[in-house]
Design a binder for this molecule. Structure first.
Ligand SMILES: [Zn+2]
Length: 113
């Protein structure tokens, strides 16, 4: 084996599915820059970060978050309606607290499972 070449085995594009050694020069620890485990790990972490950002901004995820917020607010309003079925009984301060809490809970929904 040529010690000046990278020790990573890669797919042979000319006779797939055989493998061959990477033809690049050694950069550090027997690997080229691209195949050095530290750089491979760093690239995978960067890819995962980009994937997470992309996923978070996907329209479907945004729709699911919006639906989760609507569900919280709808539930809180229904609780208020159920607790005060008689129009001549004044609404208590805890109605406002319930709705304030629901608004806060809805605002805190940043992701869905
Ligand atoms: Zn290599």
């Amino acid at each position: 084996m040529d010690e000046t070449k990278c020790s990573k085995e890669v797919w042979n594009e000319f006779s797939y599915p055989t493998r061959r050694h990477c033809s690049r020069k050694v950069w550090k620890d027997g690997f080229c820059w691209q195949h050095h485990p530290e750089n491979v790990k760093e690239r995978k972490q960067d890819q995962e970060k980009r994937r997470q950002v992309k996923l978070k901004n996907h329209p479907l995820i945004k729709l699911l978050i919006a639906n989760a917020k609507i569900a919280i607010l709808t539930k809180a309003m229904q609780e208020v309606i159920d607790r005060y079925p008689y129009p001549n009984i004044p609404l208590g301060i805890n109605v406002v607290d319930t709705l304030k809490q629901a608004l806060q809970d809805a605002d805190n929904v940043k992701e869905v499972e």
